[in-house]
Write a new protein. Structure first.
Length: 351
């Protein structure tokens, strides 16, 4: 593996999240803001809000609402969508809402755009569209949004058509940073060709998965030698704890959350009032991706010193920014202690 000198930056993805109905929605709301404010004071570069629908596990029907709210309570941290799901929007609406958020946050917007994750959501938000085809919408959407930010633009595309229109308002920034969620080689190539930064999430897979994504980025850069290399951000579930003996708490939490994630991801339909029934753990015990030791090894779980060692490996492979994925079903007290340890003992090691 070729080592690359990188001044690693840190970003946070935090969701309003309820695993069951026992947690009060206002408590969830307040906790999410507390986490973003801690990240703002602790040296994080960007806070990301997701877009999901009809899912209590990720409560974010409009990420721009969350970002505008966070902007009122933070000072310097930049604010991004991770990601706005292109097939659920129209270009005019996405351009306008993004620009309004940039205006209200005094130019702190980072626009992340992607094709969406769960077929269950497509069945409700864009019936008839297969998740595997949604990338086509993202690739048609992005140039239209950029054009609308510049002035009048008429569109006659495969998925959207409209007469001459413009984004009102316009962004405060002259050039809003754009991020795309990427795993497939075609998306890495699209990002390089279109001047977009990249977010990747290796799920619970080994570091070899992250290395695969880096190789796809490097290949796309090599195939476009006249274009600059985009920034690469890599996301992992993160839990920092005081001693190694504390690991059982985040392991239990993430396994519970991933049991619900599997239900959504496989579109099993066993969802009541927004809560997915977890796939029984006994059915997952023999599956490698749910093994406790594997989770600790692959995810960003560990004491501060262990986390620093893991992050150095990502830095060495060329990752520009690490996305601390804070929402994993962990209790609010444990989430805050984890973030506190990360800010106080991990980030300074990369100063």
């Amino acid at each position: 593996m070729k080592e690359v000198e990188i001044d690693m930056k840190f970003q946070i993805a935090v969701n309003m999240e309820r695993m069951d109905a026992s947690l009060d929605m206002k408590t969830v709301r307040d906790h999410t803001l507390d986490m973003v404010r801690m990240a703002d004071q602790g040296g994080f570069e960007i806070a990301w809000a997701a877009e999901h629908h009809a899912m209590e596990m990720t409560i974010a029907p409009n990420p721009f609402q969350l970002l505008t709210w966070w902007a009122e309570h933070t000072e310097t941290i930049r604010l991004g969508t991770a990601v706005a799901v292109a097939p659920y929007w129209s270009p005019i609406r996405l351009a306008g809402e993004a620009a309004m958020t940039d205006l209200l946050s005094n130019g702190r917007l980072e626009l992340g755009i992607g094709s969406g994750a769960y077929q269950r959501e497509f069945d409700r938000m864009h019936p008839g569209l297969k998740q595997s085809d949604a990338w086509r919408y993202m690739q048609e959407m992005l140039p239209a949004v950029r054009a609308l930010w510049e002035g009048d633009y008429a569109m006659d595309g495969q998925y959207w058509s409209f007469p001459a229109s413009t984004s009102v308002p316009k962004p405060v920034q002259k050039s809003v940073p754009i991020w795309v969620a990427a795993r497939a080689p075609i998306t890495f190539d699209y990002a390089v060709k279109n001047g977009c930064n990249i977010q990747s999430w290796p799920l619970t897979r080994p570091i070899a998965e992250a290395e695969l994504y880096m190789s796809r980025l490097n290949e796309a850069v090599a195939n476009n030698p006249d274009l600059p290399r985009p920034k690469m951000a890599m996301m992992r579930h993160t839990a920092v704890y005081d001693t190694a003996e504390d690991r059982h708490v985040p392991i239990a939490a993430v396994r519970r959350q991933l049991g619900q994630f599997e239900n959504y991801f496989k579109n099993l339909g066993d969802v009541e009032n927004g809560f997915a029934k977890p796939i029984p753990l006994e059915s997952l015990e023999n599956r490698e991706e749910y093994d406790a030791d594997m989770l600790v090894e692959n995810l960003m779980f560990g004491t501060p010193d262990q986390i620093i060692e893991k992050l150095k490996a990502y830095e060495a492979m060329g990752v520009d920014s690490f996305i601390y994925y804070a929402s994993l079903g962990l209790g609010h007290k444990e989430q805050k202690r984890s973030l506190e340890l990360f800010c106080e003992r991990v980030i300074p090691a990369f100063a």
